[in-house]
Design a protein around this ligand. Structure first.
Ligand SMILES: [Zn+2]
Ligand SMILES: [Zn+2]
Ligand SMILES: [Zn+2]
Length: 159
């Protein structure tokens, strides 16, 4: 599936000094690799690791895709980056973290848009039975047809 990517972030880009300060406060050294991955992810929200690697290589031509995966995994653990796994494409990364926002996923073109959580805190769904677990979050993905795909869709073959 050819995924259409939103190229304009809906937020102010974070300056590299600010990323440096956040890395240091989390006990990480500020490296060119980490900064380049953070900035590429910030510029194009919901990019795959391969897309981020391609962006990063424009600045750091010798970095391997494997290194980008390692850096992304670490940044995800630090909560500087959020990983989103859409139903039918590779994992996507973004720098909008900690706000329990959800995603709207177009089943035809793979477009991904952010949707603010209507409740505002996690978990925002109450299960019928919690099995004694202390619930941390609920995974909410809205699936549908984006407006571009709706206008392109043949009315006979609507999903
Ligand atoms: Zn679509
Ligand atoms: Zn998002
Ligand atoms: Zn919610």
């Amino acid at each position: 599936m050819q995924r259409s990517v939103t190229t304009t972030p809906s937020h102010e880009l974070v300056a590299s000094e600010e990323w440096g300060a956040r890395l240091r406060s989390l006990g990480r050294r500020v490296t060119k690799q980490r900064l380049a991955v953070l900035q590429a992810t910030d510029r194009r929200p919901h990019s795959s690791a391969d897309e981020i690697a391609a962006q990063v290589r424009e600045q750091l031509p010798s970095i391997s895709t494997q290194s980008v995966y390692v850096v992304l995994a670490d940044l995800t653990n630090l909560d500087l980056v959020r990983k989103f796994e859409p139903p039918a494409s590779p994992a996507l990364y973004e720098t909008r973290t900690g706000d329990n926002h959800h995603h709207a996923y177009c089943v035809r073109c793979g477009r991904v848009d952010d949707v603010d959580c209507a409740v505002g805190h996690a978990p925002c769904l109450t299960p019928s039975h919690d099995h004694g677990m202390q619930l941390l979050s609920a995974e909410v993905v809205y699936r549908g047809l984006c407006s571009a795909c709706q206008s392109r869709a043949d009315p006979e073959s609507r999903l």
